[in-house]
Design a protein around this ligand. Structure first.
Ligand code: COA
Length: 391
């Protein structure tokens, strides 16, 4: 049953890492034609987390400005979505809750389902606000994507966090019913507990994603969703930005439409600008796409945006959101451009050193020197505990 009031995204904030590796640097190292990265997969650079950064520090950096703007007294729940969890038991959101000094009367939980779980978090948040419209939910999606050195996935790495405040009468985007859902048991991308890098069958994952596009659209349409032509833009999960183009072409084909490349670009290009330079941020990726769209596109007031969230394994969901009049005065465009623009470019040797870094697992004290210029840092390990501090 729909609520008789609007529920959706009231505030949206993106944070990323201290470092950036360009695809020129990667291509020069591995002998790839850089055009494959720039044009073939649509990636220009990737965010690289310093050793004193992780999903928690990025998440806290993304969420802090939201708490500063809205205060915390209505935030009763934090839902933290990630597939690069830092602990098998404790929710990463508790570290964020602590760093931000949030009230003890808060529910905190972590969700996982590959790149999809940020959307599960958003939908669960909507359910909570539906039950009590006075409450707000802090939804955080934060990931550091990591593939083996020299593997095809390496060029699609990246890292970012998105924090969203979900509330009644939102200032940015109203999220609508229905959702179209799709689940299929596929091993296209996964990461066993004993590995730090993901395993992926890249071509299998692309075809699983496209199969999911058909599945969610069927369920969405059968549920009485909007017609294709009603959407002003489409925000797809972007493991690499060209995937959004592939997915949209596939949807058009599936709906029996002619595929006009200019129309495809109009529908998805504005959602790709941040992801092209950040890389894959897994759970955060689609919402980084939304941030880019809201920050960069011409006035979107009252336009419907189609969201297609895909997580390998696989679960997908399609839903619509409508952009709220006056949304522009609530955006954080300068902050987002600054977070991306102030990253420090690193050479291949530094990237490799970070990629290969790991901590001993003997429970000793392993402090980490300060590298990040972000507001929160991972200070090291002690007695198997992760220590986080404001910088
Ligand atoms: N100039 C321009 N384009 C070039 C090129 C060049 N010199 N060389 C290759 N390309 C194009 C290819 O034609 C291809 O485009 P297409 O998909 O439109 O045909 C694209 O660049 C990628 O080339 P490909 O040979 O397929 O790359 P790859 O074997 O390295 O694999 C992925 C690409 C995406 C499968 C790989 O990066 C991967 O596994 N990524 C991680 C998993 C993932 O992101 N999955 C997505 C679903 S969640």
């Amino acid at each position: 049953m729909s609520a008789d009031f609007a529920i959706g995204i009231h505030d949206l904030s993106v944070a990323t890492t201290q470092y950036v590796l360009t695809h020129e640097t990667l291509a020069a190292q591995n002998g790839t034609d850089v055009a494959k990265y720039h044009r073939g997969i649509g990636q220009r650079s990737m965010s690289v987390a310093a050793v004193d950064e992780d999903i928690v520090t990025m998440a806290a950096a993304a969420a802090a400005p939201i708490v500063a703007r809205h205060a915390a007294d209505r935030i009763r729940t934090i839902v933290f979505a990630t597939e690069t969890s830092v602990d098998q038991a404790k929710a990463a959101g508790i570290h964020v809750h602590s760093l931000l000094g949030l009230p003890s009367a808060t529910r905190v939980v972590e969700l996982k389902q590959a790149c999809y779980s940020g959307t599960a978090a958003l939908q669960f948040a909507i359910g909570l606000v539906h039950r009590d419209r006075s409450q707000q939910v802090l939804v955080i999606a934060s990931d550091v994507s990591k593939y083996e050195l020299g593997s095809p996935g390496e060029a699609t790495q990246g890292a970012a966090a998105v924090a969203m405040l979900v509330s009644a009468e939102p200032a940015l985007v109203r999220i609508e019913d229905p959702s179209g859902m799709f689940t299929a048991d596929i091993m296209d991308f996964w990461r066993p507990n004993y590995r730090t890098t993901a395993l992926v069958d890249g071509y299998e994952s692309i075809s699983a994603y496209l199969q999911a596009v058909e599945g969610v659209w069927k369920d969405y349409t059968e549920g009485g969703g909007r017609a294709l032509d009603e959407f002003g833009a489409f925000c797809y999960h972007q493991p690499f930005t060209k995937m959004a183009y592939k997915a949209h072409r596939h949807l058009l084909h599936h709906c029996g439409r002619d595929v006009d490349e200019a129309d495809v670009a109009r529908a998805v290009e504005p959602t790709t600008t941040y992801n092209a330079v950040i890389g894959n941020s897994y759970t955060a990726s689609m919402y980084v796409g939304l941030a880019a769209l809201l920050d960069d596109a011409d006035d979107l007031t009252d336009q419907a945006i189609g969201f297609l969230s895909y997580g390998s394994g696989s679960v997908a969901e399609f839903f619509a959101g409508t952009v709220v009049p006056g949304y522009r005065s609530h955006l954080r465009t300068d902050m987002h451009r600054d977070a991306i623009g102030r990253r420090q470019e690193i050479d291949y040797a530094k990237y490799r050193e970070i990629h290969e870094h790991s901590f001993p697992v003997d429970g000793g004290d392993y402090p980490v020197p300060t590298e990040t210029a972000g507001p929160y840092r991972f200070d090291g390990l002690s007695g198997h505990k992760r220590i986080y501090v404001p910088r």
